[in-house]
Design a protein around this ligand. Sequence first.
Ligand SMILES: O=CC(=O)O
Length: 347
Amino acid sequence: MTLTSDIKPKVLILNAPDKAPIDSVAKLKEMAEFYSIEQASHDAVAGRIAEAVKEKGPFAAFVVFINWWSRPFPWPMDEALVGPLVETGCKMFSAGGAGYDFVDVKYMTSKGVYYANTPKMPALRTADSTAMMILQALRGSSEREADARAGKWFDPSKPLAKDARCSTLGIVGMGNIGKLVSEHMQHFGMKVIYYNRNRLPLDEEKGAEYVSFEEILVRSDVISLHCPLNENTRHLFNKEALTTLSSAVFARMKDGMIIVNTSRGAVIDENALVEALDSGKVLRAALDVYEFEPQIHPGLIASKHTTLFPHAAVANETFERDQQMEILLNLESFLKTGKPTHVVNDV
Ligand SMILES: O=CC(=O)O
């Protein structure tokens, strides 16, 4: 039976999926009626949503096609933003990104609605960039490049490159990205240990050794962060873990270690990291994400021992297309089965 337009569910979209192949959009247009609003600040989008619900609603789903560098952000995706949709029966929300720290998932779960993310698209891209950043940090590439640009030749009195083959990589968070980083870095000869809330099944460990969080601190020459940002991981790397303050946690961390972060900035207390870089406790840091994006702590910019990326580890020529397609797949699955593909909450 062909659905008539009268009984098609309605979907509200924020921005158009302008990079996805026309076919994948056309297919969905057969299944639902689309209404769009434009990206703006949180309060302005809240107003646009409330107006759309009143004039065109009710909507079955709300999907967002914006990137995290395009501003202003309408975040957080909280009750003030999406309440009118939730209250009129909207059951599915989706936006781009593996991370969903900008979403009030607790609120959504309490209302019995799904939030769906896009975990596949960022995995390999972010893992590739992380591998590059680990190698850069091991080699001290920022210092070397700064010297070369300043017309200074190789100075072996500066800390030399660390050998990947003699180094242990500690991965915190062994999800899609962590697993790929583990495989990449084992190709460069690194010993990989990992900490995760739960141990992975043996066939997924692929040579990585499961250890406690404390062991990550004790044994790692390089720590790479791949955990989500939530109340348990905010400032997981805080003064105690990163500085010489008299903390038992710190006392077990290696001097001159390297920290790499392509997850979320606030997993690290940036003030503590700057202090640790200045004291030499942390030899080098390679960062793609920051506590107060788009600001980067001036101490991180000033340090010669940092490699900095502007939250672009995931970005390449094809990622927007793939991200939009993953959001559309969530929507297609929801329209067909009542459940999106990549649900982050149990409802
Ligand atoms: O930061 C990128 C993502 O969450 O996918």
